[in-house]
Design a protein around this ligand. Sequence first.
Ligand code: GLN
Ligand code: ZN
Length: 759
Amino acid sequence: MIQASILGFPRIGLHREAKKALESHWSGKISASEMLSTMRTIRLKNWQIQLEHGIEIIPSNDFSLYDQVLDTICMLGAIPARYQIIAGSFNTDVYFAMARGRQDKNIDIPAMEMTKWFNTNYHHIVPEIDPDTHFSWQYHKVLDEFLEAQKAGFQTRPVLVGPLTFLSLSKSSAAAFEPLEKLDEVLPIYQEVLTSLYEAGAEWIQLDEPILVKDLSIAAQSAFKKTYKQLTKTATHPAIMLTTYFDRLGNNFDMVASLPVEGLHFDLVYGADQWHLLGSPLLKGKTLSLGVISGHNIWRTDLDQVYEQVSGLTDQLDNEIILAPSCSLMHVPQDLKLESKIQAPVGNWLAFAVQKLSELSALTAALNNGKKSDLFVENQAALQQRRNFIAEQKKRSSQPPLTNNEVGRKNPYTIRKAKQQAHFDLPLFPTTTIGSFPQTSDVRAMRSRFNKNEISQDEYDEFLCSKIKETIDIQNQIGLDVLVHGEFERNDMVQFFGEQLDGFTFTNHGWVQSFGSRYVRPPIIFGEIERAHPMTTSWSSYAQSLTDKPVKGMLTGPITILQWSFVRDDQPRSETCLQIARAIRAEVLDLEAVGIRIIQIDEPALREGLPLKKQDWQIYLDWAVHSFQVAAGGVKDETQIHTHMCYSEFNEIISSIAEMDADVISIEAARSGMELLNAFSDFEYPNEIGPGVYDIHSPRIPTVQEMVELLEKAVRVIPAERLWVNPDCGLKTRNWQETIPSLENMISAAEFMRKKFEP
Ligand code: GLN
Ligand code: ZN
């Protein structure tokens, strides 16, 4: 008999109960035990939903108060010393201090670092493992939640982040030390946990090792063999279901198939070429969990196709088979039934977490008894409707094919530079900002009143114009060289564009966890993307009419719009990206036509779009760069294109960034003390660079002196004629009281540098 399972479920609660409980607790409105009781209710509800939808293998400990990697840190007792002063023993105060930092009268401890979980938009806490880190089983959550489920009548399969994924995602402050060196101290804790779960009645445990879809060192490969030999050594361990997801195993397949675990889960959606490997003799006797439904996207599965694939497999194999989503369902919204805003008929093509449960149980039932339920019929009809819609749209699309001279600028940077210099006559070390200015409470209040129809379009526009005028005046007073309009009209840098483009639709409750209590509602790209009308020209040209200084037009780039949306799965991502690029290109040209001569196309998501395996990078970088060149390529030599990226690891992708050929790139650099500029200087990056001279994440006002010091460092590696002066990123999260003096100091730093370097 084939069984239906899932690897994890959304944590938010149908009506965002988890988010609300956390935030009320943090603001002191409810106690920890009230918050915890809400969380318990959500867990019970989630198990109930799975049971009702026919899921037979139900996970526990997939829930988290903040993050599953943080839970693992606490389980292992690897709590950095700086948090131990918060309480005598581990409790939720310590836990949240690690997640969010803590600032009160006598304490000021920053949060632990966060980073993206593989190729998702979920952020996990980065464990800190040092030579003197001591391990002991501290946080008993996995056992408590298993028992909690058991008491409520659910036999669950507990989930843990596996030891090697945990150590591989860890960082260390000690030189010449790898967290992996601590494996021998970590394994006994996992063994202790597994034994007590076994004694409590757990038959299976799910160990998540997604690190296996990345390139592994030889050391990590042999660590895998050792680890799973040790964890399966005793008779008192639950059977281990080792899961890998987000991609194929590639070169690691044979090693993984040979591990002495009882079960293996494969991602057969994002690692579709693994189907034919499932007959490997190495897998004999193992339970196979087939990830046949995307846990990472929101389209209905083609049930008939999966039915054929699985029944073809079960005809040949005698392994126990489980069906599952490719990965945890925490990366998709919970339930489609709440939606009323999704453009018809797109809602009919979608499956959120709850709908995916039904897909799984319909598939297992059909495979077990040979009878396909009504869901199969409904599914066929929906898929057919979607195919027809897309075919129809493609036929009607007015886009002529792209021509070669639409890719990239007409002349090389050196020619453009001379024309731009003559046109703008900017000083050495020109100053600018990254785009947004403080989104203060008046801005948010007016937006929300407008959305609720409490004020008219005219009133709202008038308000936005007054904000733009204020911001232009302030920038002129401060003495910036290249101004911006401030981005007050934007709710979000992707949503703002998606809402104005054809081919996008939006949800009202499609929340997906970003980190902790932060959730986002990604736009859904369902069809051909076209730009029906200009999106930003009126704001930019109004701003330009108020000043003689150049005002920079602000756009979000195609890769970032793609990366932060749910993307259609019926054509390659590269094709969808190119459609966005052409829409942005049209906007760039319209901005130029209304007299905007400097245009910034933000691409903060370029790096995070990199595939998990290095061998797949170049293909991605090629189409990503191509898309940027299409978006930016149409303008005259005199028009200056900027781009912006806010991260600090450029080494491995610097040649692609150079190929994008923006005239100016602004980057985050202050926090790393300009160190990342080495990548640009070693590569001899040819165009202009604005390394951020202060960190906008912090409320403190940077001194002139410290910014001069950073600029002094910068001129040592980049010629002064190619340097710009700007903050690390946009200022929307700051307030004006911090922003004005910070920028004034920044201008003084630039003036100091000019005196020194001007001939
Ligand atoms: N132009 C955007 C802003 O200033 C850039 C945001 C980003 O890089 N994430 O807010
Ligand atoms: Zn940024």
